[in-house]
Ligand binder design. Structure first.
Ligand code: BGC
Length: 753
């Protein structure tokens, strides 16, 4: 242990016990104290008000920027003990340098906490979260978080700003790529395994880190899908759709929460006592600390909620914000607010206590440098094992959206035979390494990524003539490359065309109103489809796109998202049958933007669609149905579901009900299927959605094999916020569906007594 910290602790403990003896404890915790609380109190007892406020301050380093402001003086701030945490600073060397300032040059030597957006990998980059969600493989998602934690902690990081738990029902919103999509249950389950992957069993381990449930709350409900826009939703929608992943994260032991930028029903999240104290602390019992999003305290001024920055700080701390990310408002104004009696000093102490507690839990007071380990950084980073795993997760994330035969062919286009004489690989994205990374790619480097062209060449380049032609860029109207691309296509036996969005077209501040393929990419596809050759459209994108022409006319479509460091190899594995695709969409693909918001668990309405009746709920110009539904994805093999069986058709509140189907692999390949169980509560004191996902299992079946898949449900699985907002299951009839996507009609009716 560092000498200064040892002395500090000894002094603190003595001082603390003396204080306890002389006056009442300063602790504001509602929980019984454990030994860490005592240590925290002992440190707190030695701190000046400025130092306590300092623990509440988080500044970005100038290493990189993830928001609109930068504070050039952050090193000076560390020296004065007025900043307790730094983000966007990483590598063992740099974190060690900054930590040294905190430990050796400040009065008390309290170590810094280093945070960073480790969203889908640190150096080894996994598919974007929406892509990973398409794998429906919880074990794989936990492991990718573990790897990300192992790499980033070796680079000195203690805290990741992940997972993002925002339910996303509007693909115009660019940040849909950062979460698990539209469904509450899937997002809850993924959130839990991500937290487990990052935090592990023991935060003292050198390869685990604090996770952060963000962005709390309802950020994904931004009006018209425009980032940072207003959110105005009912309390019921908040509780039913947007809060469950956060409530589950709290239960799973997540150590930190991040507020969102948006206002919720008139109150900015960073000033919302309702969200931060009433729900998070009182209803859920959260013990960790709350950080704001980037400068979101200041933003309460333009929101029109705070009259100036000082007022904004008062609103934030009084609402329940512990740590101020980058606003410098606590830094600049909190002391004055306390002097003026507008903020109680206990509020600051409570927040500082929560933050110090995490520093203790990480073991930073024992060894402030334990995570900044150059040797471990060398050993753990971007290892062959990590890359193999990234390739596997990427393959699992790919969704086969269509796989037809071309004219006169006996079998579908995919998988391509490896003994092709020639293949044309077309599109700017086919030859792009940087687009494999997607947004928020940590320390991932484009030069380390495998492009699709490389992946294909590595796999078949020895025996097949692989010809690349860009054809066109993702953006712009330049068609001068078409001729070459068409020529290459005409001379090849098979065609791969990669289209979609550039990586920066989704992510933060990347909303779009038009979700068609940008530029002239569709025109190019139309030309290539004319060849009549086996052709696959490989999509690379961070959100559902509107591609009705492609869906109708291209023989095969593969959704590959942004597949990460090993993306090109993973896609090639799928194209040539070394991996049979098993991904299923975590978000509905609309036919056009006018259908948005469109998600599978909508309400039935009082006039459900009837094509022969004008006065039913529908559009005149497009069907109600999406282009591709939630949960949809094909395989090279085919699966057959038996009718759904239940062990009883009537059950009581404390009984279990067993639901089963026999799944058979009826095709010619071994393959994995995501068996999905949905239900509909037919009558409720509040109307219920047409389907709700409740269980799923990803099953591997050899060709020709069958397996019984069993799900066990209790009344609690059917619970919802009833008319008076009590969470319970109501007696009545339910329809239970089991199948391969959210459209399945394979169902059985049961009754809860
Ligand atoms: C984003 C957060 C992110 C933070 C720190 C913000 O702009 O909204 O998701 O964690 O920056 O980089």
């Amino acid at each position: 242990m560092n000498k200064k910290i040892t002395i500090l602790l000894l002094l603190g403990i003595t001082f603390f016990f003396w204080q306890c003896a002389s006056k009442k404890s300063i602790s504001q915790l509602q929980f019984p104290k454990d030994s860490i609380d005592l240590k925290v109190d002992s440190v707190l007892a030695l701190m000046t008000l400025d130092e306590k406020i300092g623990q509440l301050v988080l500044f970005t380093s100038d290493w990189e920027s993830t928001g609109p402001t930068l504070r050039a003086t952050y090193k000076e701030d560390i020296k004065t003990g007025r900043v307790g945490a730094i983000f966007n600073a990483h590598t063992s060397e740099y974190t060690r340098e900054l930590q040294r300032i905190a430990v050796e040059e400040t009065r008390l030597g309290i170590p810094l906490l280093f945070g960073y957006d480790v969203i889908h990998g640190y150096k080894t980059i996994f598919p974007i979260p929406l892509g990973e969600a398409a794998s429906w493989d919880l074990a794989a998602m936990e492991k990718s978080a573990q790897i990300a934690a192992a790499e980033s902690t070796a680079a000195g990081l203690h805290w990741t700003f992940a997972p993002m738990l925002d339910i996303a029902r509007d693909p115009r919103w660019g940040r849909v790529c950062e979460g698990s999509g539209e469904d509450v249950y899937l997002s809850v389950e993924i959130g839990k395994v991500k937290i487990k992957g990052f935090q592990g069993e023991n935060l003292l381990s050198v390869n685990t880190m604090l996770a952060c449930a963000k962005h709390y709350a309802a950020y994904g409900a931004a009006q018209a899908g425009r980032d940072y826009h207003t959110v105005d939703i009912s309390e019921r929608t908040l509780y039913e759709a947007y809060l469950p992943p956060f409530a589950a994260a709290e239960k799973a032991g997540v150590k930190t929460f991040m507020t969102s930028f948006n206002e919720l029903n008139g109150i900015p999240a960073s000033g919302s006592k309702y969200l931060l104290t009433d729900i998070l602390r009182k209803e859920w019992g959260f013990r960790g600390f709350v950080v704001t999003d980037y400068t979101s305290i200041n933003e309460m001024v333009p929101h029109g909620y705070a009259k100036d920055e000082k007022h904004a700080g008062e609103l934030a701390i009084n609402a329940g914000v512990d740590m101020d990310m980058q606003s410098a408002i606590y830094y600049n104004h909190l002391k004055k607010s306390i002097e003026e009696g507008l903020v109680k000093v206990e509020k600051v102490e409570e927040a500082a206590r929560r933050i110090l507690r995490q520093k203790f839990e990480l073991g930073l007071f024992d060894d402030p440098y334990k995570y900044s380990n150059t040797e471990r950084e060398k050993q753990k980073m971007f290892t062959a094992e990590n890359l193999d795993f990234a390739r596997d997760v990427a393959r699992k994330s790919i969704v086969l959206l269509k796989n037809n035969k071309v004219k006169n062919a006996l079998i579908p286009v995919l998988p391509f035979p490896k003994k092709l004489k020639s293949i044309a690989v077309i599109g700017e994205l086919a030859n792009s390494k940087e687009d494999m990374l997607g947004s928020w790619h940590g320390s991932g480097d484009a030069k380390d990524c495998v492009s699709l062209l490389q992946g294909i060449t590595t796999k078949i380049g020895n025996s097949t003539n692989v010809v690349f032609a860009k054809g066109c860029n993702v953006e712009g109207d330049d068609k001068s490359g078409f001729e070459n691309a068409i020529k290459a296509a005409n001379q090849a036996e098979a065609i791969v065309i990669a289209v979609g969005e550039k990586w920066w077209m989704s992510g933060e501040a990347a909303s779009r109103t038009n979700l068609d393929l940008p530029g002239v990419q569709l025109d190019l596809i139309k030309e290539l489809v004319k060849t009549g050759k086996p052709l696959v459209v490989v999509l690379m994108n961070g959100r559902p796109l509107t591609i009705p022409w492609v869906a109708d006319n291209a023989p095969a479509i593969l959704e590959t998202w942004y597949a990460g460091s090993q993306g090109g190899n993973a896609i090639a594995d799928v194209l040539f049958g070394d991996y049979n695709p098993s991904g299923k969409l975590p978000m509905t693909f609309p036919r056009n933007v006018g259908q948005i918001p469109i998600f599978y668990n909508m309400k039935h309405t009082g006039r459900p669609l009837a094509l022969d009746n004008k006065y039913t709920s529908k559009y005149l110009d497009v069907p109600n149905s999406p282009l591709f539904p939630f949960g949809f994805g094909l395989s090279y093999t085919t699966f057959k579901y038996s009718p759904v069986k239940v062990d009883k058709t009537t059950f009581s509140q404390n009984e279990k009900i067993t639901v089963s189907v026999t799944l058979s692999n009826t095709g010619n390949y071994d393959g994995e299927e995501v068996v999905q169980l949905y239900f509909r509560d037919l009558v409720g004191s509040v109307t219920r959605p047409v389907r709700e996902l409740k269980k799923f299992e990803k099953v591997l079946l050899q060709k020709g094999a069958s397996k019984e898949i069993t799900f066990s449900l209790t009344a609690n699985d059917f619970a919802f916020f009833t008319q008076d907002m009590t969470f319970k299951a109501e007696a009545g009839a339910f329809e239970i569906f089991v199948g391969g996507d959210s459209n399945t009609e394979n169902s059985v009716k049961v009754t809860l007594k």
